[in-house]
Design a protein around this ligand. Structure first.
Ligand code: S3P
Length: 444
């Protein structure tokens, strides 16, 4: 990928967005399907797998630990499980690429192995905090060394007996919860996680679907070690976070109407729908169309989302929605910048430790396009109005890049979006799909 690191897009308004589309598979579900499939007894089939860089990195990590993974086609994986104790020492560093989910979940799972391992990542991942997983895993008996400041790389020592704990997560984080639960598979006794606000429960749902006894409800989960995972079929829904860019774009561009097929509607992911509706968006949920849907192991609710242009107005984003839309703030900032009036975001300090500091990166980019935006430590105040042309830097953050492609559809002049190569981590084919439904966007 190195030759593409400075890749750019040229984006500008084209025509109303119209048509039907299915965005790629859910990133969170795809990571977990490979992980649990690898540790299961038997062969699992994953349909609708996200063929993105992040999830491919996770698949490569398991291949390096002796798991055979077949690729009959881009959106399908056949994972030949080796059982809970069947992984072998990788002999190389495991490169998680850009993926925080990959690294944090793997750290929990690797803490329970009989061999040492080392997790590395790209420049962005190497700046992301890992203490949040190291602390609870150490309480369970894991031995993990990080770089200065608790940053990657992570060196995880094997052959440490783990003990179950009850852990109250200080921040709402599905990655932290999942790391602890995955370590709990290997621990003596019970492992429980209690959250300050419920987060996405894909790990819990998929463990249950793979036959592992687990009790869970919003905000808490409890399991004990020493059971068996049984292979299954996983239907990965279309990723709500990828659909989000089109929900915002079609809401903003006059004359637009889009149908987004079979989108994952896990309530812990759809906070943006509620926020956009508060802003005046016209988005309908209909029974899912277009072939295979969520279901099977990992069973997730899905729906078609039909979005029509509607004038948006600014809101105070309810803080209770923040964890349910944590990945959607770059898109929400664009909606706010094009809405009538002021939008206020609070309680979203986690945005500062995502693939980039998403508050600072969005503020710099929107300012470059003439938008009035003030940063706060845990959010922003955005004055809606006109967007101008200009040049913005996505800082290698996939969701920032796609959000500015959306902003450009409302801009008075051409927008150049720099450093867009990482869009392939979550949304391969974004430019082609976006152009096909009417967005003015091309590789620059
Ligand atoms: C994810 C959880 C979220 C989210 C990330 C994917 C997951 O992170 O931002 O994109 O798959 O568990 P946190 O759990 O750190 O909030």
């Amino acid at each position: 990928m190195s030759e593409q690191v400075n890749a750019s897009w040229i984006a500008s308004p084209d025509r109303p967005l119209r048509g039907e589309l299915r965005v790629p598979g859910d990133k969170s579900v795809s990571h977990r399907a490979v992980m649990l499939g690898a540790l299961a007894e038997g062969t699992s089939r994953v349909h609708g797998f996200l063929e993105g860089e992040d999830t491919r990195a996770t698949a490569r990590a398991f291949e390096a630990m002796g798991v055979r993974i077949d690729t009959p086609n881009a959106s399908e994986r056949i994972v030949h499980g080796v059982g809970l104790h069947g992984l072998r020492a990788p002999g190389i560093e495991l490169d998680c690429g850009n993926a925080g989910t990959g690294m944090r979940l793997l750290s929990g799972l690797l803490a329970g192995q009989s061999f040492d391992s080392e997790l590395i990542g790209d420049a962005s991942l190497s700046r992301r905090p890992m203490r949040r997983v190291i602390d609870p895993l150490s309480m369970m008996g894991a031995r993990i060394e990080a770089g200065p400041g608790g940053l990657p790389p992570l060196r995880i020592h094997g052959n440490n007996p783990l003990q179950g704990i009850e852990y109250k997560t200080p921040i709402a984080s599905a990655q932290v919860k999942s790391a602890v639960l995955l370590a709990g598979l290997y621990a003596r006794g019970e492992t429980a996680v209690l959250e300050p606000h419920p987060t996405r429960d894909y790990t819990e749902r998929m463990l249950a679907a793979f036959g592992w006894p687990i009790e869970f409800a919003p905000g808490r989960a409890r399991l004990s070690g020493g059971h068996v995972l049984r292979a299954g079929e996983v239907e990965v829904p279309a990723d709500f976070s990828s659909a989000a860019f089109f929900l915002v774009a079609a809401s903003l561009v006059p004359g637009s109407e889009l149908r987004l097929q079979a989108v994952g509607m896990n309530p812990r992911r759809t906070g943006l729908l509620a926020a956009l509706r508060l802003m005046g968006a016209d988005i309908r949920e209909e029974p899912a169309s277009g072939g295979r849907h969520g279901g099977g192991a990992g069973g997730e609710p899905v729906a078609d989302l039909v979005v029509r242009h509607a004038p948006l107005h600014g809101i105070e984003v309810p803080e209770a929605l923040v964890p349910d839309m944590i990945d959607e703030f770059p898109a929400l900032f664009v909606a706010a910048a094009c809405a009538r009036g002021r939008t206020v975001v609070r309680g979203a300090a986690e945005l500062r430790v995502k693939e980039s500091d998403r508050i600072a990166t969005m503020a710099a980019g929107l300012k470059a396009l003439g938008v009035e935006i003030g940063e706060t430590p845990d959010g922003a105040v955005i004055e809606g109005g006109r967007i101008g042309g200009g040049r913005v830097d996505s800082h290698g953050d996939h969701r920032i890049a796609m959000s500015f492609a959306v902003a450009a559809q409302l801009a008075g002049d051409e927008v150049i979006v720099d450093d867009v190569a990482n869009v392939s981590t979550s949304f391969p084919g974004f430019v082609e799909l976006a152009s096909a439904i009417g967005m003015g966007l091309q590789a620059g």
